[in-house]
Design a protein around this ligand. Sequence first.
Ligand SMILES: N[C@@H](CCC(=O)N[C@@H](CSC=O)C(=O)NCC(=O)O)C(=O)O
Length: 278
Amino acid sequence: MTIEKLSTNTVFGGEHIRFKHRSSTLACDMIFAVFLPSKAKTTPVPVLYWLSGLTCTDENFMQKAGAQQYAEKHGIAIVAPDTSPRGEDIANDPSYDLGQGAGFYVNATQPPWQAHYQMYSYVTEELPQLVEQHLPVSNKKAISGHSMGGHGALTIALKNKDMFTSISAFSPIVNPINCPWGQKAFTHYLGAHCGIWEAHDTCELMRACDNTLPCLIDQGLDDEFLKEQLLTERLTDIVKEKQLDVTIRMQPGYDHSYYFIASFIEEHVAFHAKYLAQ
Ligand SMILES: N[C@@H](CCC(=O)N[C@@H](CSC=O)C(=O)NCC(=O)O)C(=O)O
């Protein structure tokens, strides 16, 4: 597996690097971004994987959240993949919530999507293998994300508890099987049989488990997508009922944007740093 360095920027004392590689899982060229703290020059550092939301690439989080200053402080690398396979010859849709930019972190089984839309395997297998082969990182991993990426972070970690130390999410889609974004994506990618969808639904995964990894979720109360798409209250009820180690904070005045993420990312990085250090 080879990777090509596209650009580097010094930021907060560390280095932001964009890489391009041929993904065998997605059968296309992919770009991902990495922040390496200065500590990585002398010792392998743990990694926080960040999964972005609808319409995003590797760039939104790295340019808008300001997370690098906290990752530098705690000596943590950040890896931000793209949100779907990309390319002119790859299935797409004119709407913003399906196709390129909207991979939903599942492995599609339905045509025309299944040839390339294998984001679950990309994030859980190919990408960490590539990162650990080419970069000065340890095998300790945490995961976080926003909206569709919050759904990805939660479901991927709940299905791979041995792989990650901790999970966090901003404004995650917690019950995709019951919201328009999720129902549309899952119908296209996984088919119309709803039983299969539950394996990628945070509420269903938490309902079925007795313990989770340490988990922190922040949700803005003024989020325009809260009531129709994100359905946070449903997860709050399950967490209470099952007494799970999940902190859900409803934050007054905050919306769905990166202004919200930038306001609380310091606490999320510190949360993960505590578990990555153990
Ligand atoms: N209608 C909007 C929807 C796109 C949007 O809000 N994307 C969010 C994630 S939403 C859930 O996954 C986002 O992170 N946007 C990028 C950003 O930098 O803010 C539209 O198409 O504009």
